[in-house]
Ligand binder design. Structure first.
Ligand SMILES: *Cc1c(COP(=O)(O)O)cnc(C)c1O
Length: 380
């Protein structure tokens, strides 16, 4: 049996002396009048990179989505359409604002929102469509925009997993009216914990700045709060890490794409496995190399993970259908618009994320692929 001599993690950041240097500099200097300097730099770099007017640094992507929904005025009695298969952080903020998530099916290739299912799910209470760019893929944003415009709905982009992806000339995060990024330690750009809200919409941006600092105007020094709101700010040391990461963003994305290429080349000849899609007109930044196995192998995602684990290799399960989780058992709306094909069921049951961290070398990818062939070889 192939066994890695050292445990291969499923995710790992790329941290250089530059990150350490800027974080230390922020710890020493980002105080008093200078306390927001690193955040402002990080925000400007991210907004320019993504190609939007405004970015706001926040503690995590969950906060960015919460602020986006609150700033759009989504609240009790409203419904927000979201994919059934995603990380729960995409959808939990819908509940935070008192609205109801309506979960719909995903597409078989990109694993993102199925526009037909979205259209079928629209009702009188629908307020917004929340698309998730899963594992680096991008949604069919053209169609989603047409649907949103026709029905007067807000379009929210969860780009937490897609920094650096491109969809018909626009970067992920610039495809909805407002978007969210995550800099959690497993993500493409890391600050430990961290997130960013991005938008071109000036009034939404103003509202977000107000809501994220306890309902007061930016610069207020008199503690004159006009609303009960939230406290969602990122610390300067985290922002400094983000600045160092954004200085290297092109190299980081190139490396993610190189890792995917190594996997693709080695797995091309293995039948019955599907990898992340990159439809014409898109560039996938491949946050996580993901494989969906043909059910005929008879191995679901947890069985594959156990096999990898025996070989000292970490992997992750494809996100489960939210509608199948105990957390959603008392939310009937969550089950309403799954198509009879229920594509999410098969994809999420037989999908596994392969090690995709910045520590991966071509030799390690080679070993993981040999292990996967070994695992599947015993079955065909
Ligand atoms: C990681 C992630 C989030 C949440 O990010 P946090 O920074 O942990 O809040 C949201 N949506 C998706 C799709 C994610 O992968």
């Amino acid at each position: 049996m192939i066994v890695a001599s050292e445990r291969i993690p499923v995710a790992a950041p790329s941290i250089t002396e530059r990150e350490a240097e800027l974080a230390a500099e922020a710890a020493r200097t980002a105080w008093r009048g200078n306390h927001y300097a690193y955040n402002a730099r990080f925000e400007r770099m991210l907004a320019d990179y993504v190609g939007v007017a405004h970015a706001v640094s926040v503690p995590h992507a969950t906060a960015a989505l919460h602020l986006a929904l609150a700033a759009l005025g989504v609240g009790p009695g409203d419904e927000v359409i979201a994919p059934d298969v995603t990380w729960i952080a995409s959808v939990a903020p819908i509940v935070y604002v008192g609205a109801e998530p309506v979960l719909v099916d995903i597409l078989p290739d990109t694993w993102c929102l199925d526009p037909d299912a979205v259209e079928a799910a629209i009702g009188p209470r629908t307020k917004a469509i929340l698309g998730v760019d899963l594992y680096g893929s991008t949604c069919d944003w053209e169609r989603l925009r047409v649907i949103a415009d026709r029905h007067g709905l807000a379009l929210i982009e969860d780009a937490a997993e897609a920094l650096g992806s491109v969809h018909h000339g626009r970067k992920a995060g610039a495809l909805g009216r407002v978007s969210a990024f995550s800099f959690h330690g497993s993500k493409t750009v890391v600050t430990g914990e961290g997130g960013m809200l991005a938008t071109d919409d000036q009034s939404l941006f103003d509202r977000v700045l107000f809501l994220r600092d306890h309902g007061r105007k930016p610069g207020d020094r008199f503690f004159l709060n006009s609303e009960i709101a939230f406290k969602y700010r990122m610390s300067a040391v985290q922002a400094a890490l983000g600045v160092a990461q954004m200085e290297r963003i092109d190299a980081l994305i190139d490396y993610k794409r190189a890792i995917f290429g190594w996997y693709r080349d080695r797995l091309a000849g293995v039948s019955g496995i599907t990898l992340n899609a990159e439809p014409p007109g898109t560039i996938n930044s491949y946050w996580m190399v993901t494989t969906v196995l043909d059910p005929s192998f008879g191995l679901d995602k947890f069985a594959i993970m156990a096999e990898f684990d025996k070989r000292n290799i970490d992997s992750r399960p494809f996100f489960s259908r939210l509608s199948s989780l105990p957390a959603f058992s008392d939310r009937p709306g969550a089950k309403r618009f799954i198509t009879p094909a229920d594509r999410g069921a098969e994809i999420s049951e037989y999908g596994v994320n392969l090690p995709s961290g910045y520590n991966m070398t071509e030799a390690q990818v080679d070993l993981v692929c040999a292990a996967l062939r070994e695992i599947l070889g015993g079955l065909r």
